[in-house]
Design a protein around this ligand. Structure first.
Ligand code: ADP
Ligand code: MG
Length: 238
């Protein structure tokens, strides 16, 4: 199991008391599969991704990424784990205005110490995978919203993450472009064997998912639809 969130509770300060954003949440995501998380605004979906990304430490419970129990790691080890194993795609692409598409990806992996020629090659390979091979030298203002979101996704894959966490990637896109971004996420998850969690508000996406979980008031419930749960034979673990 590539991503394990076990019995996680997360609270935030709230006036005199505390607000429970995650309430004993469990989630397990095998390599090469997608789990959708749906639920109303404020129910805790982004908090779940933040905990899974090790950006936020929960009050209790465990997060295990690619076999590493994150509770045992210090801050430096945690950021190394995040850099090497976790790809994060936020709602807004947050691309740097002055960089070309290829450079957006290259800066991401710069810290890994690999030679820049190799990074350039990998950036171009990923831009090709997201259908933007011919846009490598464009800057963000020369790209559409859908193209920027594709770059955002390609950038998250630059370090070959085991876990891919995606927060409402299609909310700024029209339906057609949203569906194309979803297709891309499904394909990349299978091809690159990522354990992918996708927060989405668009229920037309759900039939493409392996599993769907619903968040309500910080509690996560899993759909009991065995037809959607892939067996180990369909998606071999790496
Ligand atoms: P969703 O992504 O489903 O909209 P969030 O995880 O963003 O939900 O938020 C869950 C709850 O936690 C909400 O009530 C929100 O107001 C609260 N919350 C989120 N982040 C913080 C924070 N950094 N500090 C305090 N409260 C927060
Ligand atoms: Mg959110």
């Amino acid at each position: 199991m590539t991503l394990i969130v076990h019995d996680v509770t997360l609270t935030y300060p709230d006036g005199d008391g505390r607000l429970t954003a995650l309430d004993e949440v469990c989630l397990e995501v095998p390599a090469g599969t997608l789990t959708a998380v749906i639920g109303p605004s404020g129910s805790g979906k982004s908090s779940l991704l933040a905990v899974a990304a090790t950006l936020v430490t929960p009050d209790s419970g465990r997060v295990v990424v690619a076999g590493q129990d994150t509770a045992r790691l210090g801050a430096a080890q945690k950021s190394a784990l995040r850099r090497e194993k976790i790809g994060i795609v936020f709602q807004q692409p947050n691309l740097l205005a002055s960089l070309t598409a290829a450079e957006q990806l290259q800066v991401m992996a710069h810290l890994s110490g690999r030679p820049s020629r190799q990074l350039r090659r990998r950036a171009l390979e990923l831009l090709d995978a997201v259908g933007l091979a011919d846009k490598a030298d464009r800057r963000p203002h020369q790209l559409s919203g859908g193209q920027r979101q594709r770059i955002n996704i390609a950038r998250a894959l630059m370090n070959e993450p085991a876990v891919l966490l995606v927060d409402e990637p299609t909310s700024a896109l029209d339906h057609e472009r949203g569906a194309a971004v979803l297709d891309l996420l499904v394909t990349l998850t299978r091809e690159r064997s990522t354990a992918t969690v996708l927060v989405t508000h668009d229920h037309t996406h759900l039939e493409r998912m392996d599993r769907t979980a619903t968040m309500a008031d910080g509690r996560l419930t899993h759909a009991a639809d065995p037809a959607r749960v892939p067996g180990p034979a369909r998606v071999p673990a790496p």
